[in-house]
Design a binder for this molecule. Sequence first.
Ligand code: F6P
Length: 318
Amino acid sequence: MKKIAILTSGGDAPGMNAAIRAVVRTALKNDIEVIGINMGYEGLINGDFHPMDRRAVSDIIQKGGTILKTARCPEFKDPVVREKAAQVLRIYGIEGLIVIGGDGSFMGAKGLSDLGIKTIGLPGTIDNDLAYTDYTIGFDTAQNTITDAINKLRDTSSSHQRVSVVEVMGRNCGDLALYAGLAGGATTILVPEKKMTKEEAIREVMEGRKMKKNHNLVVVAEGVGGARELAQDIEELTGIEARATVLGHIQRGGVPTAFDRILAARMGHRAVELLMEGKSARVVGIKANKIIDMDIYEALAMERTFDEELYKIAMDMS
Ligand code: F6P
């Protein structure tokens, strides 16, 4: 393997830069040239390429976002577009491609591997919604950002004796809500994986008030949604003042935690090794603190299992 390329795709995640750095430094150490592709698959189709040397990844390990920029690229689902992208890679003599992103980005990588381009996927998304890996790059930072926001909301809601309803990201996956809810001492946590009615959530709040809780914190995953309506209903039905906060994209930015940087370094390093071993259509993950790799088709077909044990712990704590 003489020349590889790297791109970031889908929603950015803290730690993506640390992963880019790991890929570039590992490749260069092994005399492999690295091409950075800007703006994900969009940049790939348009040939938005630039060579990356050691200095191209200096001083980025601590930076959130992605220096390669990113985009969602629905056109990449079209086989004609994918063929064009594969052709561009062939023209530039690029033998392997490392894609950092979520499941949508992996679908694109899978499509390219079917066309003979060696591809490796690294899980980069704050959602932690990929079944084959215990953690995705960015999840740890995002849960810490949310926990920090919850700490701040606690100050004001306990001063006013209010209920604070916090909506966090996670379209189909409640992990951010669950982990940050547990870390932040939530009264109740609403996630898409567990059906909880509005009435049940309100009952939890009322129970909390009976137990002389100064304030109540309700964490709602984006996949459940409706934080503002829930706050209104709580206020109407219980008479306790309630406020909603939708954290939004603040959760996606910020300095990556040490955990995310180390995860990114381990995964990025392994991705290059896999390409050097001639592997393709693999995704890198972590299971029981061991870096693993898996067939991309298998990984995408896996169904996520919700952490019932952690959910029970969180609920028992409330
Ligand atoms: O995929 C990560 C994610 O942050 C989701 O949690 C969220 O639903 C989505 O991206 C938001 O995407 P966008 O930035 O394109 O609005």
